[in-house]
Design a protein. Structure first.
Length: 343
């Protein structure tokens, strides 16, 4: 985490605005906090705007005004142009660090537009802005491509350390072979996603019943609640935010990929969808910008295991579902690079 935070700091020396992009649960907020704690003392003023998507824009601006200008407004007091000008002037005249955490939708875009006003970008400004977001489409008109930083999944050993720390309080804890084997299955199923590793580790902490461990693994693979109650399930609630913000067309595309198009070539998938006039490449790019899918250099689609499992679980709730992923064993004659038109 420290190395990643240092890499962001180096990039901020070159770019006024850096965009940290990645799927939910991958650690954008955690990394942003680490970067803030390590380097905010190097600036005259600083502000960390946490979880912007869940706050009213006026509340966000009030926090900025307090952090940068030392002014605290009353709860019912509206933000006017004078206060906005004071924030801009502070960013122009001083060396300021602003971190905007989890920005999405149009209401949050107003905050970003405030901070990157032309009056700021057109001067030799020493202030810097870090924005983390799931959706690159929100940032790409404001952040240079070289200022984009894609969050990476944890490597195998890093994932093991994180899971063991949360499950046992010590990443070097020694367990029996049965628990070690199940631990490695869980770690593999989490796919290097920090939130998954933390949720599973905390749920299983100090639990010595192997069947509970295997049950948690099974529910994880099925995209089901682990701790009980989907409404309060941290993992799936975080992952589902991006899906819930899709329109019907893009939801169907996402579910198609999750259920039976994962690891197929884009050309194959586009031929399959073209009859429905869904403008497939346009839709695929939108899903990629929202950190819901990726593709390899040779054009093979794939998505993270948790997103795939979540999509399959959602598909099972759809009446008269057209998805066939559960039948893949029965339809073993289907080849990976073939398309079957089933009516």
């Amino acid at each position: 985490m420290v190395d990643k935070a240092k890499a962001i700091n180096i990039l901020l020396q070159k770019e006024l605005i850096v965009g940290l992009v990645g799927m939910g649960g991958i650690g954008k907020t955690t990394l942003s906090k680490k970067m803030y704690h390590l380097f905010h003392n190097q600036y005259d003023k600083s502000s960390f705007l946490e979880d912007v998507k869940s706050k009213h824009i006026n509340d966000v601006i009030k926090q900025l005004l307090h952090d940068l200008c030392g002014k605290r407004l009353c709860k019912d007091e509206d933000v006017n142009k004078e206060y906005l000008d004071q924030i801009k002037q502070c960013m122009i005249s001083k060396k300021v660090l602003v971190i905007i955490d989890d920005i999405d939708a149009t209401k949050n875009l107003a905050t970003l537009q405030l901070l990157i006003d032309k009056d700021i970008t057109n001067v030799n400004c020493k202030s810097r802005i870090l924005v983390n977001c799931r959706n690159w489409q929100i940032l790409k008109n404001h952040v240079n491509e070289v200022g984009k930083m894609d969050m990476k999944f944890l490597e195998k050993e890093q994932a093991r350390e994180l899971f063991m720390f949360h499950a046992f309080g010590n990443e070097n804890h020694v367990v029996t072979k049965d628990f070690e084997d199940t631990s490695m299955e869980i770690i593999k199923a989490c796919g290097g996603l920090p939130l998954s590793l933390e949720v599973l580790g905390c749920f299983l902490r100090n639990n010595h019943d192997l069947q509970i461990w295997k049950g948690a693994l099974s529910r994880l693979k099925k995209g089901q609640s682990i701790t009980g109650g989907l409404d309060n399930e941290v993992l799936w609630k975080q992952l589902r935010i991006s899906y819930d913000h899709l329109d019907k067309e893009h939801r169907n595309m996402f579910l198609d990929i999750a259920c039976f198009l994962d690891n197929l070539k884009i050309s194959t998938v586009c031929r399959m969808w073209n009859e429905d006039d869904l403008r497939p490449m346009f839709g695929l790019q939108n899903l990629k910008d929202r950190s819901l899918i990726k593709w390899t250099e040779d054009g093979v689609l794939y998505m993270h295991e948790q997103l795939r499992d979540m999509g399959r679980n959602i598909a099972m709730e759809v009446p008269m579902s057209r998805f066939i992923w559960k039948l893949k064993k029965e339809f073993s004659f289907l080849q990976k690079n073939e398309v079957l038109n089933m009516c």
